[in-house]
Design a protein around this ligand. Structure first.
Ligand code: ADP
Length: 220
């Protein structure tokens, strides 16, 4: 399949009293296996809204999203959640780690939600992100860099064909950023497709393609 994720003409409006915010105004986007695409734009340009719609966490007011050739938009929430759990890795700003679970149990839970726990893969993931020694730590006990790596391990737990990330390197030091970028590159070299909203010039430099957003529209 040449497109793992496609969005057609997405619109998303927010209403607060008299105020209407046009967060997305006709955004179309596509993602192919092996691609790393950076979504860039100033704060408020619609990046997080776009990722939430692509993940099926939010429903667009117009347009639709197709995941592996299957429509994700306007399905019951449980169906969207199941499609997301099996086919997508998600690193959004709200975080994907449960505070009361250890790093290891967070990975395991993500596998459970997708239907199958693979204990060997849990160990491989901890090794991959360099958290083998921290597997029993809870998120609050992790440094910012460790938390970002744990979040990536959870996102990659089910070897998803699609990875969506919102500022995955936003709050980490330069060394951790390099490390995360190398992991992202490995993921895409293995055929994974990653769409990443970012302000990072380093990440953008590694991207095969950059989509610029401004006021809810793509500008190139
Ligand atoms: P970015 O991620 O690029 O900073 P967002 O997608 O967060 O942009 O926001 C796009 C626009 O939508 C902004 O004007 C923001 O204030 C508005 N917005 C986002 N979420 C909501 C919401 N839940 N309610 C009202 N307005 C929102």
């Amino acid at each position: 399949m040449d497109k793992v994720l496609e969005a057609f003409d997405l619109y998303r409006f927010y209403h607060a009293g008299e105020e209407e915010t046009l967060a997305l105004r006709g955004v179309s986007i596509h993602l192919a296996p092996g691609e790393l695409v950076a979504v860039m734009g100033p704060s408020g340009s619609g990046k997080s809204t776009l990722l939430a719609c692509l993940a099926g966490l939010d429903e667009p007011d117009g347009g639709y999203v197709q995941l592996l050739g299957r429509r994700l938009t306007r399905r019951p929430q449980t169906e969207r959640a199941a499609m997301r759990a099996r086919k997508m890795g998600i690193m959004l700003q709200s975080g994907n780690l449960f505070d009361h679970l250890t790093v290891e149990d967070n990975i395991r839970l993500s596998m459970q939600l997708a239907g199958k726990v693979n204990q060997q893969r849990v160990g491989e993931l901890l090794q991959l992100v360099g958290l083998k020694e921290r597997s029993r730590a809870r998120p609050a006990q992790l440094s910012g860099g460790e938390a970002a790596r744990a979040a990536l391990a959870v996102a990659l737990s089910n070897t998803p064909p699609v990875l969506l990330a919102d500022e995955p390197t936003g709050e980490v030091d330069v060394e951790t950023e390099k490390y995360l970028l190398a992991l992202l590159e490995d993921y895409t070299k293995g055929g994974g497709a990653a769409l990443v909203a970012t302000h990072s010039a380093n990440l953008a430099a590694r991207a095969g393609r950059i989509v610029h957003l401004l006021d809810g529209r793509t500008t190139g």
